[in-house]
Write a protein that binds this ligand. Structure first.
Ligand SMILES: Cc1ncc(C[n+]2csc(CCOP(=O)(O)OP(=O)(O)O)c2C)c(N)n1
Ligand SMILES: [Mg+2]
Length: 442
């Protein structure tokens, strides 16, 4: 740890202040919404503060930047604290946080990729680490880039088998660019978790799965900064011992408060108490910019160049036809990747493997992880763009309706559509222009 530069006292205090502001935002947003999970947010406040304002390298004004470190909130029900982080970076307006869960706000109850700072939808517990594995695998073996992948999990969530499939995958492929932070706050939804605060058991389990595992006090910004700055040669699990509802004394470590917003009077006094803990300081925290070494990847033109040439009456097993088609698709599109779960010699995906060994990922008999890892980061790859590009030159296709579901800013939908020139009036005007140009050309 010789090369660990301990942040100065001002920075540490600013990180603590940020953690408490994240708590305040989460309480206010969930109380305004009348639903949500403030206690699940509070236990993770220091973790989120240190990750986003000391550890991760990214451009806050451009959350989709391909060079940015990635973050997956596997315990997706703590979405309000993720939104609070992006308000602290300045990307979201603080007032927007109060629109949590409103039908016309992008701030849904759980993270969704229509939010520019989210790559994969989470909320169904147990899936985030698999997706993070897919991103880390991509970063290490395909992009060969410096960006890292961080994933925050709940302790109750650790009962999901898919988490352990992902743990195996990460160590087998030596994903040393992957960090999982376990928010061990002792409580699940209706009961304490099976391991409660036995952090040493989490540590033993993670080590048995081939991870480096370090136990820290999840409310100590110093300990979190230190562990996150360690050099790594393996995937790293940070087992953060925390308190559910931390910072809201009346609900701290209590059963019966999961998924419940604080009533207005309780919220007001909790906010007051937390504001009292914020020590005034002029120190502003800025994330460090990322290293710009990720290759731009376009998914345009991912298409089958020609139809298969089977003869009429020829009998071909469907799985063989699948294997041949997959290999052919890979031949013409260098970004096609195949994942298989130890069935390549029956599904014929070995045809793909033989032709493109660098783009074949053996996931072994762990299909839940195979599917979530395969999801990796479509949003950063412009999949929608690719679909449009794929049909653009095809004969027999006509695009009847195109919809824009989001634009990279927060604001009222109507205003955003006008700003970006894609509201009803702008489209009508463009169509009129096209029609008058073609009429003039006749
Ligand atoms: C697959 C799945 N099962 C159940 C739920 C319902 N659920 C949402 S949060 C939660 C408790 C999560 O506890 P934990 O992982 O410890 O997170 P905490 O809120 O304590 O941080 C449950 C059971 C879910 N979202 N997904
Ligand atoms: Mg918990």
């Amino acid at each position: 740890m010789e090369d660990y530069h301990k942040p100065d006292q001002q920075t540490l205090q600013a990180l603590r202040n940020t953690a408490n502001r994240l708590r305040i935002h989460s309480i206010r947003a969930t109380t305004a919404a009348g639903s949500g999970h403030p206690t699940s947010c509070s236990s993770a406040a220091e973790i989120m503060s240190v990750l986003f304002f000391n550890t991760m390298k990214y451009r806050p004004e451009d959350p989709r930047n391909i060079h940015n470190d990635r973050f997956v909130l596997s315990k997706g029900h703590a979405a309000p604290i993720l939104y609070a982080v992006w308000a602290e970076t300045g990307y979201l307006k603080e007032n927007e946080l109060l629109n949590l869960r409103k039908v016309d706000s992008i701030l849904e109850g759980h993270p969704v990729p229509k939010q520019q700072f989210v790559d994969v939808a989470t909320g169904s517990l147990g899936q985030g680490l698999g997706a993070a594995c897919g991103m880390a695998y991509t970063g290490k073996y395909f992009d060969k880039a410096s960006y890292r992948v961080y994933c925050l999990l709940g302790d109750g969530e650790m009962s999901e088998g898919s988490v352990w499939e992902a743990m195996s995958f990460a160590s087998y492929y030596q994903l040393d660019n992957l960090v999982a932070v376990l928010d061990v706050n002792r409580l699940g939804q209706s009961d304490p978790t099976p391991l409660q605060h036995h952090v040493e058991k989490y540590q033993q389990r993670c080590e048995a799965f081939g991870w480096q595992a370090v136990v820290v006090d999840g409310h100590s910004v110093e300990e979190l900064c230190k562990v996150l700055n360690q050099p790594r040669h393996q995937p790293l699990a940070i087992i953060a011992k925390t308190v559910k509802g931390k910072g809201i004394p009346v609900v701290e470590d209590k059963l019966g408060w999961h998924g419940k917003p604080l009533p207005k009077d309780m919220a007001d006094s909790a906010v007051k108490e937390l504001q009292g803990r914020i020590v005034s300081s002029s120190k502003r925290l800025y994330p460090a910019p990322p290293c710009e070494d990720a290759p731009p990847v376009s998914l345009r033109n991912i298409r089958m160049p020609s139809a298969p040439s089977y003869k009429l009456g020829e009998k071909v097993a469907t799985r063989k036809a699948y294997g041949q088609a997959l290999a052919k698709l890979g031949r013409y599109n260098q970004h096609v990747i195949a994942l298989d779960g130890d069935t390549k010699n029956s599904t014929f995906s070995e045809l793909f493997k033989n032709e493109h060994p660098d783009r074949y990922v053996e996931c072994y008999i762990a299909e839940q992880n195979m599917v979530t890892a395969g999801e990796r980061s479509p949003a950063r790859r412009g999949l929608g763009e690719a679909v449009c590009a794929a049909v653009a030159n095809e004969t027999g296709f006509s695009v009847h309706r195109m919809a824009v579901s989001q634009v990279p800013r927060s604001g009222k939908p109507q205003e955003l559509l006008r700003i970006f020139g894609i509201d009803r009036d702008a489209i009508a005007q463009a169509v009129r222009k096209v029609l008058s140009t073609s009429a003039n050309n006749k």
